[in-house]
Design a protein around this ligand. Structure first.
Ligand code: 6CS
Ligand code: FE
Length: 287
């Protein structure tokens, strides 16, 4: 049962789940955490999102397969509504400790047979170095739009690694191979990580803390810390592994400004605190 409801926002995480996130750096919530309408709304949008020939769409190294599309909460009202789902927003506020806005949203498609890797990395260093976000007071919320199995390139974590702080600030220079003519901001979105964490660090931490790949049916929600070490292998299976990732940031942790701001679809300049969708007389609880 959710803890006592605050006047404004629901606090759906029990103290057990809250502490598990603090310990491991991630939390996998079952599909019934969000109403099924959320999943249907997001899935219904995918054909349109895939067709969008927009700078926010990043292709794989094969220059044909769609890797990711960014800024969806700005483009599609249905996605913006998902960011305000009372249980999702309430859980994120509990973990951040206050009001939040969406810094970045994306769909990672991880297409069948051709969805490429994400090398070992931490996310926060990208938002620190590229967007001037001062502290790791963010939460990644990954909503599984397909079933995630051991076969279709699941996210793999090193549990507890979020407590080691920023493990790499070394920016690999130049544009990744195949993206030489792309805008500079594409460099941190491809299969070649720009802030590479040294394999000796991965080796050491994986041996002490182990490796975990949270798997689950479509509709599952995976919350994870911006300093948690993670990677995912190419998808060699015939099964798609699409996830919608919402990056929530504390409204008390906004950027102090950077010399070359990234486009709004990568770093949203609208930092107003999100309010939960409320049941309306006609529609009842949001989908
Ligand atoms: O540069 C970024 O914002 C993105 N890059 C990576 C590797 N993860 C975080 C984020 O989605
Ligand atoms: Fe990442």
């Amino acid at each position: 049962m959710p803890e006592k409801m605050s006047t404004m926002h629901i606090r759906p995480l029990t103290s057990l789940l809250f502490e598990r996130y603090q310990r491991d750096g991630f939390l996998l919530l079952p599909p019934d955490f969000l109403s099924s309408g959320v999943l249907q709304d997001a899935i219904a949008l995918m054909p349109e999102i895939l067709r969008s020939d927009d700078p926010s769409r990043v292709l794989e190294r094969d220059n044909a397969t769609v890797r990711s599309v960014y800024g969806l909460h700005r483009t599609y009202p249905q996605v913006h509504a998902i960011t305000r789902h009372p249980l999702l927003l309430g859980a994120v506020e509990q973990l951040v400790g206050g009001g939040v806005y969406v810094h970045q949203s994306k769909i990672n498609f991880k297409a069948p047979f051709s969805g490429d890797q994400w090398e070992w990395h931490q996310d926060f260093v990208y938002w620190l170095q590229n967007d001037g976000i001062p502290k790791p007071d963010l939460v990644n919320a990954s909503i599984f739009l397909d079933e995630v199995t051991e076969f279709n390139g699941p996210l793999t974590f090193i549990p507890g690694s979020h407590r080691r702080g920023v493990l790499s600030g070394k920016l690999a220079d130049g544009m990744p191979a195949g993206y030489e003519d792309a805008p500079a901001w594409v460099s941190t979105l491809t299969a070649e990580e720009k802030f590479n964490v040294d394999t000796s660090v991965i080796d050491d931490l994986a041996r002490t803390n182990g490796l975990v790949s949270p798997k689950g049916p479509a509709g599952s929600v995976l919350l994870f810390h911006p300093n948690l070490l993670h990677a995912s292998a190419p998808n060699l299976s015939p099964f798609r592994r699409t996830v919608l990732i919402l990056v929530y940031n504390s409204v008390a942790n906004t950027s102090g400004g950077v010399a070359n701001p990234r486009p709004p679809f990568l770093a949203d300049p609208d930092v107003r605190a999100l309010r939960p969708l409320v049941p309306t007389a006609t529609e009842g609880m949001p989908r």
